[in-house]
Structure formats: structure tokens, C-alpha cells
Design a protein around this ligand. Structure first.
Ligand SMILES: [Mg+2]
Length: 249
């Protein structure tokens, strides 16, 4: 392989955050329904996937408002909670919405499962003597916990993980890529792999890295940046890395 250093994004690149989100939200709602049944607030359990589809729909609607800073994080969570409960004629208050989300954040990481092919990929990189790292936007304790939960701790130690909260700078800023490279060792042969076009692909390419777009959520590219390759699944990445000479030639 031509690269000396390969770094990865974390969420939706090495594991499915979407899947963990669905499982954890459904688990919290199941517990809530149990409580309501005992208190005779409801008579029957609702179908989980029907309820979740609605919760997901409101999450997507209000996420846009949160992203454009029209509402803050707490309001965003209350709005998606309230509108979902309203739709099913279930009770809701701000306090209940906050408690529901506190529960969710407590447990969501325990639902993270590695993507298929992750360990094979890491083993191959390790055997090839390639330096690996993770560059991720998020809070430190959550991101370290996810790395541990998906079983990456034996491949990537904490000093190879670069988290925006700890560094005070986030992707797509060039700075976080520079810091990672400085810590891992300067090299011209560096590759970044991630699922966010803006944060991972634009960020890495603008910082002078090669990039592979791991488009796990089927999102279109929004700029003219040129990644080395686009993959839909992590299992495809290893093939691209093995073929890199022919690709470049
Ligand atoms: Mg991601």
C-alpha cells in the first residue's frame, strides 16, 4: 500500500450510528411504555417500528432547524418528542422529554456494533505497518466509549484518536487534520476515510490528504472535490486499498 498513515472518521464510517440510534430510542420507548402500562396511562403497547418511524421523521424535520441554529439542542429534542407523542395521543411534558433523552444518551453507545469487515481491515493495516488513527467530531467521553464498544481498542490507542471537543477544533477545519498528522508523524502519504462529504472529504482534501468517500447513507456529493474512490460499504474499502497502485496508474 502506498500510504503510511490512514485515518478514519468514526460515526457511520466504522459503525452505524443510525442503527444504534434506532435500537436505543426504541429501547427507551419500550421502557416508558412498560411504566405507562403499570400506571394505566395506556392499555396496550404500541407497535415499536410504527412509533419509531414517526420519531425519526420528526427528528429529521427538526434537525434542519437545529443545524441552522433556529432551535437549540434541548428544544430540538423536546420538539421531536412532543410531536411524536402528540401523533399517537400519548402524554408528554418537557420534563418527560428531557428524562427520555437523558436515558437515551446513557445507553446509546452500548448499541454500537462494528460494521462488517472492520476487523479484517484493521488487521490488514496493522500487518502492513500502516499507522492508523481516528479523527472525529464529538464529545470525548462518548467517542472513546464507542471506540471501546465496537472493539477497536486493541487496534487504536487513545493517543491515536483525535476528538474535536478535546482539541477545540472540528472537521472540516484543516487544523484538526494537521494536529493528527503532527502527532502520528508527518508524511506525504496520508489517506482519510469518512462518510460526511463536507466534514470528511472536503476537509481532508483541503488539508492535503487523499480521501475515500464511504457513502454509507447514500448522500450526493455537494462540491467538486475529487476523492480517490467512493464506496458504499466498509467491506469495499479494503479492495480499493489493495488496488491502489492500479488505480493511480
Ligand atoms: Mg461520520
Amino acid at each position: 500500500m502506498q500510504w503510511k498513515t490512514i485515518c478514519f472518521d468514526l460515526d457511520n464510517t466504522l459503525f452505524s450510528h443510525e442503527e444504534a440510534f434506532e435500537k436505543a430510542i426504541c429501547y427507551c420507548f419500550e421502557q416508558l411504555q412498560q411504566k405507562w402500562l403499570e400506571k394505566n396511562v395506556i392499555e396496550n403497547q404500541l407497535d415499536l417500528s410504527t412509533w419509531f418511524n414517526s420519531f425519526k421523521r420528526y427528528s429529521d424535520i427538526y434537525w434542519k432547524k437545529f443545524e441552522t441554529k433556529k432551535v437549540d439542542a434541548k428544544t430540538y429534542r423536546r420538539l421531536r418528542y412532543h410531536d411524536t407523542m402528540k401523533e399517537f395521543a400519548l402524554p408528554y411534558t418537557d420534563e418527560e422529554a428531557d428524562a427520555f433523552h437523558a436515558h437515551y444518551y446513557d445507553i446509546v453507545d452500548t448499541f454500537s456494533e462494528p460494521y462488517e469487515g472492520l476487523f479484517e481491515l484493521m488487521s490488514v493495516l496493522q500487518q502492513s505497518g500502516i499507522i492508523v488513527g481516528i479523527i472525529t467530531n464529538g464529545t470525548a467521553d462518548t467517542q472513546y466509549r464507542k471506540v471501546e464498544k465496537i472493539g477497536l481498542a486493541s487496534f487504536i490507542s487513545n493517543d491515536q484518536i483525535f476528538i474535536s471537543e478535546e482539541l477545540g477544533v472540528a472537521k472540516p477545519s484543516r487544523k484538526i487534520f494537521d494536529i493528527a498528522l503532527q502527532k502520528l508523524g508527518e508524511t506525504k502519504e496520508k489517506l482519510f476515510i469518512g462518510d460526511s462529504w463536507e466534514h470528511d472529504i472536503c476537509g481532508a482534501i483541503d488539508a492535503g490528504w487523499d480521501a475515500i468517500y464511504l457513502n454509507t447513507r447514500d448522500k450526493p456529493s455537494a462540491t467538486n472535490h475529487q476523492p480517490l474512490a467512493t464506496c458504499q460499504k466498509l467491506t469495499e474499502v479494503l479492495n480499493v486499498l489493495r488496488d491502489d497502485q492500479s488505480m493511480k496508474g
